[in-house]
Design a protein around this ligand. Structure first.
Ligand code: SAH
Ligand code: SF4
Ligand code: F3S
Length: 449
């Protein structure tokens, strides 16, 4: 029996990290709905506070403990309220998290989300709970979801990562790759289509590896084709995140080219533009291999956006090797590059290597790379000036009272003036201004709604 609004308890969720984590938080809310919790944006009025954590860099992990310090005050001010910590830091720390923050009532990991209702009920009885699974269960149940966006939805299609990049903690906290069945993905997308969603982003740490572990085997190109069918025509846009260059094959690129729903946007992290660094990162490709992937995309889909992730200051990276990364950004012309200073992570081999680059040097490289990345993005965005682009309107812009915000198929943010009635619609706008991170646009009169 579901509780009425008056009886419902309130849950506040704070999410750090990648889209997988954001999607997981929506599943936590869905699961908690079943035991009478509704989301609140007000942490001070929450009966349950959940911190969904990210361990990718030290800074993200430090943030967890500083947030928890503040949350302790909210808990004391509201007797009976509970603090729960999930996600990648919790998966790694387990019991150790309660040693450092003993006022935490529940610690759960990335492989036992589905157990959340039971664990919260147990913690409510006053007994602290720590439960971490080492892997996802074989017979992983489908979990309910409470989505925080009603236009664009995330759908996880593959969990975990089978690579072992020498800097990365993800395989340790997210386990082995495990693809979802195409049938269950189809059912989820169908229910999204029926509920009025317009865009679906297929998620995985390594989404381009989708299906290699299924029987019969399948690849992401097949899955895209299965989702681009008349039965799901309400879904106007399909995206996928995040890819690995090694697994990005021509079949996937051709599916994006052929299917009107599949957006011309490829996020393929290269991490470094230097062969020796890539080898020591154990990425499994060299710069030339990556160049060929980019050529394969651009020869088939000339207007495709290509975005990437880059790490600077990997142990042993010389100034010259770093400059190879800078030169590659200029050469490839990435639409967007997310950059980060290397952060040594526990359980990863490179954390203990000689040749750690001093912090000040890493940040100097990062600052320099960011100016180049910004210039390149700006140049590419300016090429769109005067062009008509199709955008999916996502909501009000935080840039001004009358502005709406939407994204192009290539995932560029566009702010423009228009009425609320356009939210959730596909509209054409003309690009009138461009900065490195976003575009301004004007509605094309007569082309709206
Ligand atoms: N699966 C994706 C990336 C997932 S992690 C891939 O293979 O490319 C997201 C990004 O975090 C990575 O692309 C990388 O750029 C960054 N990252 C991961 N570990 C890091 C570390 N130890 N220090 C700094 N950045 C890191
Ligand atoms: Fe981390 Fe590498 Fe896996 Fe990406 S492919 S999640 S960088 S180990
Ligand atoms: Fe962070 Fe975990 Fe995602 S470490 S980047 S939240 S998979």
């Amino acid at each position: 029996m579901t509780a009425t609004t008056a009886e419902k308890k309130k849950v506040f969720v704070e999410t750090f990290g990648c889209q997988m984590n954001k999607s997981d938080s929506e599943h936590m809310l869905g699961l908690l709905d079943e035991i009478g919790y509704e989301p609140t944006p007000d942490i001070k009025g929450a009966d349950l506070m959940i911190l969904n954590t990210c361990a990718i860099r030290e800074g993200a992990e430090d943030k967890v403990y500083s947030y928890l310090g503040a949350w302790r005050g909210y808990k004391e001010a509201r007797p009976g309220s509970l603090i729960a910590v999930g996600g990648c830091v919790a998966q790694d720390a387990g019991e150790a998290m309660r040693k450092r923050a003993p006022y935490v009532d529940l610690v759960f990991g990335t492989h036992n989300l589905h157990r959340l209702p039971e664990l919260v009920m147990k913690a409510s009885s006053g007994e602290p709970v720590v439960e971490i699974y080492q892997e996802l269960p074989e017979d992983l149940p489908e979990t309910p979801v409470h989505r925080l966006n009603d236009i664009s939805a995330w759908v996880s299609i593959i969990y975990g990562c089978d690579y072992n990049c020498t800097y990365c903690i993800v395989p340790y906290v997210r386990g082995r790759e495990k693809s979802r069945s195409p049938q269950s993905i189809f059912e989820e997308v169908k229910s999204l289509a029926e509920s009025g969603y317009k865009e679906v982003t297929l998620l995985g740490q390594n989404v381009t590896a989708y299906g290699h572990d299924l029987e019969p085997k399948l690849h992401l190109g097949d899955l895209l084709r299965q989702l681009a069918v008349p039965e799901l025509e309400a879904i106007k846009r399909l995206r996928f995140l995040t890819g690995h260059p090694r697994d990005l094959n021509v079949e996937i690129i051709d599916a994006v080219r052929d299917l009107p729903q599949a957006c011309e946007y490829f996020h393929i992290p290269i991490q470094a533009g230097d062969d020796r660094t890539l080898r020591r990162m154990a990425r499994g490709y060299n710069v030339d291999f990556y160049r060929r992937k980019v050529d394969e995309i651009r020869s088939r889909i000339p207007d495709a956006a290509i975005t990437t992730d880059l790490i600077v200051g990997f142990p042993g990276e010389s100034e010259e090797e770093f400059m190879n990364t800078v030169r590659l950004v200029e050469e490839i012309c990435f639409d967007v590059a997310n950059t980060a200073a290397y952060s040594p992570r526990q359980h990863t081999p490179s954390a203990n290597w000689d040749g750690q680059v001093p912090e000040a040097e890493k940040y100097e490289r990062l600052r320099y790379l960011n100016t180049v990345v910004g210039d390149v993005s700006h140049r590419l965005n300016k090429r769109l000036l005067g062009r008509k682009v199709e955008i999916l309107v996502e909501g009000r812009s935080d840039r001004g009272m009358n502005r709406l915000m939407g994204r192009t198929r290539t995932n560029k943010i566009v702010n423009f003036e228009g009425p609320d009635a356009l939210i959730g619609q596909l509209v054409d706008v003309e690009v009138t201004a461009a900065n490195p991170w976003a575009l301004r646009g004007a509605l094309k009169v007569g082309l709206t709604v």
